[in-house]
Structure formats: structure tokens, C-alpha cells
Design a protein around this ligand. Structure first.
Ligand code: CDP
Length: 786
């Protein structure tokens, strides 16, 4: 009789997130939940000026407050060689100001006290002598010859220019433009916005003065990398630094950089011999920690009159803030922006990018985006829509005509990517069918005749995720490879240690499902550990939708490595040759005799109790994965809107999302990721904006000024899928975490522009607030209708 095995709830099953058990009971363990004996509290004094010379700081009144243990200044940090630190882009950043402040909200001093309120109150008693300087709040102004030099402390830095970067073939692109019947261009600004995680950044630094052991609990999406940076900055031995990222209340790229607060709290703990906690408040988080986007873009597309796309040019100016601090794979100064040709078979593409320092907070983080792909996707999808209008071709038809075809994969793009797989037309057809595109166009004609402004827009995005292959991808020289470690206990239960960190994505659930499929252990019998540098394999962390293509792959590979030994053990137990054992659906059986079977539990027991001579005991392995390529998720988002000509308010009537992320490990979690991303995409398109006045004051430092969509404003999403597996990923999966935020802003904006088209409006920069839309309607001279 064959042993009956219940169905393994592995890849493809909508297993409930195991993390939710603690989260919905309020039992998560976030930084602010951590309380250590004798712990002190740190608060940071931030500059009210965007650009000002620091003439002096008087800390005596603050130091005299009962309960204040120390006041830390840049001068004190400098005495320990810690006034400046390296950034993840190879620049330097002030930890506490010693010479001049370079953005509003920059860290000037810190108070350490026995109570968090004492620390915060004492900040007001620090007397700082600032001498204001002219602030620079746009990258265009930063690059003018008479602009004040922001980074005057940097040797050899004579202007505010940071980098120039080019990609693609300029001559071939010029030739394509020379052949064109039509050239369509677009100037657009992707505004500075904020990841706004629920939990702000913070840490508890605990340096044991007796042993020198530093344990730092930190809101970090990349604890291993941070540990290495700390070892290099502070000169501490790396094995004496343990970074623990406990539960993290959302990351969204905001928690990748190294923040001065982490460094000051650790230095304070080292000097005082006590644990020190630092937690940002909401305004501090909004004003000073890693922002996203802030890209000024110019795009041009060359086409034949029949709609054939011939070439694409993109030039960008990136506002990097006062320090170049974004984490980009180091060969690519603007991340993977050169995916800008998107889903189209564009033979010639040229990208040129420049970065500038301004008196604004640093950032440029991968906010729900794989390294600047959001900006690229937005530019191409807006350009395609305008090209369709210019040529009087339906926007869906123009896309269809130029899509890379399924038989062209693997497809080599003009900027050097090798797209792994795709079927763009099928995804678009489903989106159009589900939204009822033909009917909507007919209704639009009628609505226009009635003086109403109705629009339908779409975006057919291609993303690129999974950085990455070691030959091209590193952060400050550390290769972007990740690891998984798997140990099966004698009773057949398992522990999986992964180098990624989950901040709500559900890795504790999904990566267990990968092991389940590969070995036949139910996911609930696999404990997944992450976020502790002492207890997990080295890796570059979780951001840019890289976990599934890197750590997910490492997890499949480590399971297969364990399975190789399991097969040997099964052969031993069943007294057949190794080659006679086959594994299928959780069963190790004899080929041709399926009732002669061993379960993984029986095999695991034998690994410790009954293994052949010459074999090592135990059943475990570790695997570091070097991806052969990136993965390329794609999809089409279609949106129908109605705009009120009297107020500029636009309402989403329908939102249809078709996503293809290859094989879905957990379909329910994938849908959750897409819902989150679509909401963020809507927020960016409709309302989120960090802006600055002429003096460099940040507007958007609280949730009254910085608007996030709530459930009230968020449209209803209708989700569909296609499945085009990645041929090189061990289980055919691609990432999905970022796709919806990458793809959807253009779909919303395209729909609104489509509605306003009869008025001659061809562009409005995000966010499309009702005021801006109303102004565009007024500028176009009226309320529409034809
Ligand atoms: O790097 P990050 O975890 O943010 O993004 P991801 O790799 O796209 O994964 C987000 C979540 O979706 C994880 O829990 C993945 O395991 C899950 N996922 C999935 O179930 N199937 C896919 N094809 C892709 C992701």
C-alpha cells in the first residue's frame, strides 16, 4: 500500500500569511517595542535652514537639564572621526553638521536622556548660531554657473554637478530620428514623493563596553550591507557587530540607506556604555529621510507615419539633494532607467542623465520601484499615448503594432537588457476586454457630444527586477548575490534562514512554500528566519522586488541541494540505486514502483539515525545564488475616468490590472502586493508631492500637507493575470512587489489626459490635483465638449 500523503501546500497555493498571526493580534515586535535595561533615549536637533553656515553651538543649557546625559555635536563626532559617513552611492554624508547645513531638517545635534520627552524638550535649549546662505531648490538652478557651491567641503568639487551617464547608441538613434516622419516629444517632471511607511526609521543601539559587542536593532531593509558599512565606518570588527531588523512596519525603499541617527545612537551607546534608542517622529521622517523620484525628463520618439517606432531619446536631470545617497547598482548611475523602451521593439535608443546637488534632503530611494524603473515606465507610456494622438492611431493599436512579439524572446533591447520572456499583447487584450474598451470609446464619443469629459487610458509596462548577476550588479562594490540556508531536523521539520527581510511581503510564508514544493514538507512545518546578521546568510536585502528572483531562487536551489542528499538516503532506505529514486509531489519513490516510497520525514529521521557508512550525518545545505539574468514582469493597466469640468475633480470609474509575474508562489499574496502598488500609484498620480518654497522650506512634512490616499479615495481594482514563466528562474517566478506602482501612474494620467484631449491638453505633471486639472481646463479655454 502506498503511503498516503496529503497535498503539499507549496507553490501555487494561497496559503494564509503566517506573519498575520502575530500582526493582527498586536504581537509584532517593532523597534519601539524593544526595551533594554538601562536604556537611554536620543532625540535629534534638525536645521530650520536649508543652507546656512554653522558658526557655533552652545549646548550648556540643554546639558544642564536634569535627566540629560549627553549632548552630541558634530565637533564631538569629529573627535571620533565620525562626523561624516559614506553613502551607498560612494558619496559622503554629514552625520552631524560641522561646517554648514545643506538642507532643511539636516541633523545638527543630538540629546541623550533618561526619558524620550526630556530628550526632545532639551533640544529647544540648544543655541545654534546659523548664518543663512542662498538655498538652491531646483537642479536647473544648481547647474547655473553662478549657483552657490553646496558641497564646498568636497575636494575637487567645483560645481553642483554629480554625474553624467549615457546608455545606448547615440549615432544609431540620431540616424533613426533622421528617417522619421514624425517626432513626438514630452517634457515631464516625476515629482519628489515619499514612501511614508507606517513605522518611521529608528534603532536601539546596544554596545557592551566589556566585550565590545555591538547589537543594533534597526529598521533596515539591508542589515548585512549596513553591518559591513558600520564595520568600515567605525573600524569595529565585523563579527562584533550584530544588526537585527525585527518586524518592520513597511519599508518601500525608505529603509535602505544608512541614516545619521543610526550612527549617532551607536556612537552614543559606545561612549556611554548603555543602550540608546532613537525613533523618528512623523515630521522628521517626511522631511529628512529618503525621498523618491524627483526626475526632470525629456523624451522624444521617432515614428513612421504608419506608426512604426524607430527610435527613442531620453534625457534626465535628477535632483539628488545635498548628498548623493541612493543605493543604485554601481555601474548604473540612474539605476535601470535604460529599460525606458519598455514593451516596444525599438531598434535605437539613447539615454543621457545628469545628477545635481540641491539644498534638499538626500534620497532617490527605490520606493516600490526597481531602481528608477518607475520614472522610465512613466515616460515611455506617456510618450506612446501622445504619439498615438499625433498620428491619429488608437493608443491600444499603436502599442499592439510595436510590442515585442512572443517569438522574439529572449529579446535583446537597444540599451543592453536581455528580456527573459513576455506576451504583451495577450495581457493588453485581456485588460481591454475586461474594461470594455470598444464600448468605452463609443460612450466617450457620446459623452463628448454631451459636454462631458470622459477618458480611457492605459499603460503596458515592462519592469526589470532581480538585481542581480554579480558581473554587473553591486552596491559600493558588494555583489548583489543572496543566500538561503536550510536545515531539516530529525522529525522532518525545517528551519530556513534567508538573506532577505520581510517588511510585509510575506516571505515567512512564501519562501516556506518553495521549500514545500521542492521537498514535500508542509509550509507550516518550516520556520523562516530573517533579519538577523548573526543567524542568516549574507545578502543585499529586500527592495526593488529583488527577493523572489534572488532569495526565492536561492531557496529553490538550496532545497534541491538538500534533495540530492535526500535521494541518496531514500535509495539507502529502499535498497535501490540512487538513479532509481524519483521525487514527485513530495514523495521519494522507486521508479516504476510508486508504492515503494519514503517521505521526507522518514528520510530526515534516517539522516540522523540510519545513514550509510561514509555519509555525513544531517540534512542541511546553504546556497548563494548568482542570477544568470534579471527577470522582466509585465502587464497592462487600464483606467476609465470622468473629469468634472467645473472643479477639475477626476473620478476613476474602472481600474483593470493584468499582471504577469511568471509563476505565482502565493496568488493571494501576489494580489495583495498588486493592491498595495496600485494604491501607491494612484496616490502618486493624484495627490502625493513633497515640494519646497524658494527658501528651501519643505512643504509636506505632515499628513495634512502630504496627502496619502485613504480607503475613501482609493479606486476599486479589478485584477487579472497571465502567466509567462521566467525560463532561467528555478521555479519560473518573477518579482511583483513593485510592478503596480511602476506601471499604474501613467495609466491614471493617460486616462485624465485622454479626457481632456478635446481641449488640446497634452500634459499635466503629477500629482494631478483637482486644482491643477481645473487650471489646465481654464488655460485651454473652457469646459470641453465638441
Ligand atoms: O523583494 P520583495 O519581496 O519586495 O518583492 P517580490 O520578490 O516581488 O515579492 C513580494 C511577495 O510576493 C513575496 O512574498 C513573494 O514571495 C511573493 N511573490 C509570489 O508569490 N509570486 C511571484 N511570482 C512573485 C512574488
Amino acid at each position: 500500500m502506498a503511503t498516503e500523503i496529503e497535498e503539499i501546500r507549496g507553490v501555487g497555493h494561497s496559503v494564509r500569511r503566517v506573519e498575520d498571526d502575530r500582526f493582527i493580534r498586536g504581537r509584532g515586535n517593532y523597534i519601539d517595542d524593544i526595551r533594554l535595561p538601562g536604556m537611554l533615549y536620543m532625540a535629534i536637533l534638525r536645521s530650520p535652514w536649508a543652507h546656512a553656515t554653522l558658526n557655533g553651538i552652545d549646548t550648556s543649557a540643554a546639558a544642564a537639564v536634569p535627566g540629560v546625559i549627553a549632548v552630541v555635536t558634530g565637533e564631538l563626532m569629529a573627535q571620533h572621526n565620525l562626523a561624516w559617513m559614506p553613502t551607498l552611492s560612494g558619496d559622503t554624508q554629514a552625520v552631524l553638521v560641522t561646517d554648514k547645513v545643506r538642507y532643511q531638517g539636516q541633523e545638527v545635534a543630538a540629546v541623550i536622556a533618561t526619558d524620550p520627552y526630556i530628550a526632545k524638550d532639551a533640544l529647544q535649549l540648544i543655541d545654534v548660531d546659523y548664518e543663512p546662505l542662498d538655498p538652491i531648490v531646483t537642479p536647473q538652478r544648481a547647474l547655473e554657473t553662478d549657483a552657490p557651491l553646496i558641497r564646498d567641503e568636497k575636494e575637487g568639487q567645483t560645481d553642483n554637478h554629480i554625474y553624467h551617464w549615457e546608455n545606448g547608441d547615440k549615432d544609431a538613434t540620431d540616424a533613426a530620428f533622421a528617417e522619421a516622419d514624425t517626432v513626438v516629444s514630452l517634457d515631464t517632471f516625476y515629482p519628489r514623493c515619499h514612501p511614508a511607511p507606517l513605522e518611521t526609521c529608528g534603532c536601539v543601539a546596544d554596545v557592551d563596553s566589556a566585550t565590545g559587542q555591538a547589537t543594533i536593532y534597526m529598521t533596515s531593509q539591508a542589515p548585512h550591507l549596513i553591518r559591513t558599512v558600520f564595520a568600515l565606518v567605525a573600524g569595529l570588527p565585523e563579527e562584533k557587530i550584530r544588526v537585527i531588523s525585527p518586524d518592520i512596519g513597511g519599508g518601500f525603499g525608505n529603509k535602505v540607506p544608512v541614516y545619521p541617527g543610526y550612527v549617532v545612537a551607536t556612537a552614543a551607546s559606545l561612549l556611554l556604555g548603555k543602550p540608546v534608542k532613537w525613533i523618528e517622529d512623523r515630521s522628521e521622517n517626511l522631511i529628512s529621510t529618503g525621498f523618491a523620484r524627483d526626475f526632470h525628463m525629456h523624451g522624444e520618439m521617432a515614428l513612421k507615419s504608419d506608426g512604426t517606432m524607430l527610435g527613442l531619446r531620453a534625457s534626465l536631470l535628477a535632483d539628488e539633494g545635498a548628498f548623493h545617497a541612493d543605493a543604485q547598482p554601481s555601474k548604473f548611475k540612474v539605476g535601470l532607467f535604460h529599460i525606458v523602451s519598455g514593451s516596444y521593439d525599438l531598434p535605437a535608443v539613447h539615454v543621457s542623465a545628469d545628477g545635481a546637488y540641491t539644498n534638499k534632503a538626500p534620497g532617490g530611494v527605490a520606493y516600490r520601484c526597481s531602481f528608477r524603473v518607475t520614472e522610465a515606465s512613466y515616460l515611455i507610456e506617456r510618450l506612446v499615448q501622445n504619439a498615438a494622438y499625433e498620428l491619429d492611431i488608437d493608443p491600444a493599436e499603436l502599442r499592439r503594432q510595436n510590442f515585442i512579439q512572443p517569438d522574439q524572446f529572449p529579446y535583446k533591447s537597444a540599451t543592453g537588457f536581455e528580456y527573459d520572456s513576455g506576451d504583451y499583447e495577450t495581457a493588453m487584450n485581456i485588460a481591454l476586454d475586461k474594461i470594455g474598451y470598444a464600448d468605452l470609446r463609443a460612450e466617450q464619443q457620446q459623452a463628448r457630444a454631451d459636454g462631458k469629459l470622459c477618458g480611457v487610458g492605459m499603460a503596458s509596462f515592462t519592469e526589470v527586477v532581480g538585481a542581480g548577476p554579480h558581473k554587473d550588479y553591486d552596491i559600493i562594490g558588494v555583489k548583489m548575490n543572496d543566500g538561503s540556508e536550510l536545515r531539516i531536523h530529525p522529525t522532518g521539520k525545517a528551519i530556513l534562514k534567508i538573506s532577505s527581510i520581510t517588511q510585509g511581503q510575506g516571505h515567512e510564508t512564501t519562501f516556506a512554500q518553495i521549500v514545500a514544493s521542492e521537498l514535500g514538507i508542509q509550509p507550516e512545518d518550516i520556520k523562516v528566519m530573517h533579519g538577523d546578521t548573526d543567524n542568516t546568510p549574507y545578502g543585499l536585502g529586500t527592495y526593488a522586488s529583488r527577493s523572489t528572483p534572488t532569495v526565492g531562487a536561492a531557496t529553490a536551489m538550496v532545497s534541491r541541494r538538500v534533495r540530492e542528499k535526500a535521494v541518496k538516503l531514500a535509495a539507502h532506505l529502499l535498497e535501490v540505486a540512487e538513479e532509481d529514486i524519483e521525487y514527485e509531489a513530495g514523495r521519494f519513490s522507486v521508479k516504476g514502483a510508486p508504492d515503494r516510497v519514503k517521505t521526507i520525514q522518514e528520510i530526515a529521521f534516517a539522516a540522523y539515525t540510519d545513514f550509510p557508512d561514509g555519509m555525513e550525518a544531517g540534512l542541511e545545505a546553504v546556497f548563494y545564488y548568482d542570477p544568470p539574468n534579471l527577470t522582466f514582469p509585465f502587464g497592462t493597466y487600464a483606467v476609465a475616468v470622468e473629469v468634472d469640468p467645473e472643479t477639475g475633480v477626476w473620478e476613476v470609474k474602472r481600474m483593470v490590472a493584468v499582471d504577469d509575474c511568471g509563476v505565482r508562489i502565493n496568488p493571494m499574496i501576489v494580489e495583495g502586493q498588486i493592491h498595495g502598488g496600485l494604491t501607491e500609484g494612484y496616490g502618486i498620480a493624484a495627490m502625493e508631492l513633497i515640494t519646497f518654497d524658494e527658501a528651501g522650506n519643505c512643504i509636506g512634512t505632515n499628513f495634512m500637507d502630504y496627502l496619502l490616499p485613504t480607503a475613501m479615495e482609493t479606486p476599486k481594482f479589478e485584477l487579472f493575470e497571465t502567466v509567462t514563466p521566467s525560463p532561467h528562474h528555478p521555479i519560473g517566478a518573477k518579482g511583483v512587489g513593485e510592478s503596480a506602482t511602476v506601471g499604474s501612474p501613467a495609466a491614471y494620467v493617460n486616462a485624465v489626459i485622454d479626457a481632456l484631449r478635446p481641449l488640446g491638453v497634452t500634459n499635466i505633471d503629477m500629482p494631478l490635483t483637482s486644482a491643477k486639472v481645473w487650471e489646465a481646463i481654464q488655460a485651454a479655454g473652457g469646459s470641453g465638449g465638441s
